[in-house]
Design a protein around this ligand. Sequence first.
Ligand code: HEM
Length: 492
Amino acid sequence: MYFFLFCIVTLVLMWFITHLHNIYNHLKEFPAPPIVPVLGHVFDYVDPKKALSILTNNLVNHGGVIRQYIGPRKPSLATANRDFLQFLCRHSKYIGKAKYYRYLKPWLGEGLLTSDGHQWLSRRKALTSSFTQSGVLRNFVGVFEEKSDQLIKEINDLSSDKANVHLIMKRFTLDVFCETAMRVSLSSLANSADSNYAISIESVCEVIQNRMTSFMKNFDFFFQFSSDCTREKKNLAVIDGMLHKIIKAKHQERRQIGNAKERKDMLDLMMEVDIEGKTLSSSELRAHVNSFTFAGYDTTSSAMSLVLYEIAENPSIQEKLLEEQMQIFSGKLNNASVTYEILHKMAYLDMVIKETLRLHTIVPCIGKRATKDLQYEGKTVPAMLNINICIHAFHHNPNYFPEPDKFNPERFADETKIDPFAYIPFGVKPRQCLGKEFAMLEMKCALSKIIRNFQVVKVPDFQLDLRPKLVLFSANGIWVGFKKRSVTDENV
Ligand code: HEM
């Protein structure tokens, strides 16, 4: 018995040592910035304000694919090289998610964002085809508009002439999401007080962020004894409880009226999905709704807030946006309603959003790993090694975007000049964001209304304090001022 155990432990150890040896050997084929013994590149990432620019410089100065050592953690590769990215996309069959996505699993289960292989592929195909059906997004525009009107009212009622718009936008995006995904009226905007659901989502996101940055909580063993683990469990119970009730009610509704509903929400569409002759189970539905919430809530709210910040900083760009709105709505600014077609006419707003997503890359890095050794330009990319695709560094690489720190929407005037392997705010194929079109329409609807109703102005002395987490955030909020446009604007 002991001999048998000894053999198993020895075999596991041998496998582990060979595996690490293989990784370290192959990694040497890639360049690396100067390495401090034992600590590796830890000092590059100590100051979160500088971490992204240091990583970007390292990548640009060393050819775009480098090895990284963060203390005793397993080493990884980082990239901001479009050829290498194209190579990874070509081999997508052998590319899975980086290991740290497991921090999301207690919440997102085997949803789209966290699953891999056949399970991911079959669900992605089914969900993509139901979300790209004509009319689905068109139907959501009504909700975007209704919630944008509430947003305008909230800004109108502000007691101060300036606001941390990120907080307002978070409530707006969550309201939009709950209404479009489940037809649940959270009304966190109107009530201003956050619901338990919203508070729980915020709290779970915080725990996930803490795990990303803490060495000890990185290990499941230590995490389970932490207060964060208790907090996560408590809040997941709230989220699950709410979704459970909604899904049960939906099942009942479908038993009564079948598929005959005119205005379908995301959950209706998910319930109609047919994967190899089966529908999604209740726990799968919860995993997908949670994945959509996580993927769409903080990202869209940060993006919209940063657009407002940039147009406050750049009044001439804001003027041009207003002109476009006046042209589209023939001078009738304040109360005109939008449609799916009208939102597609807002070409300059589209350019401003795209440039904001470049300059302030909302998802700064995504993580992949190869499931087998791959050959790239005579070097081996070892299996099971995390590969950090540093989207921020792609977007700030002067070889792809000259004067990368300048806010210049004109870069997007001719989309054919944009390299699809260098501009990747919504991730890379085949795992590109499923909510891209949804997010663009939602942002355009709200921003168009804000621009038509208010002049967005800079708050003196306010400077963004941007830090990379799963989603880019500003530690001191995102502050802008609002001045109501006079009624005469309608007659300009
Ligand atoms: C400005 C807003 C948004 C940005 C910048 C953004 C960005 C991204 C990025 C970079 C990824 C790839 C993640 C990875 O590979 O690890 C992704 C995936 C995803 N996003 Fe978004 N996203 C946004 C809004 C949304 C919205 C509104 C939704 C849902 C309604 C959504 C749903 C998803 C889903 C389901 C995935 C996983 C796709 C898959 O793995 O098959 N996103 N997003």
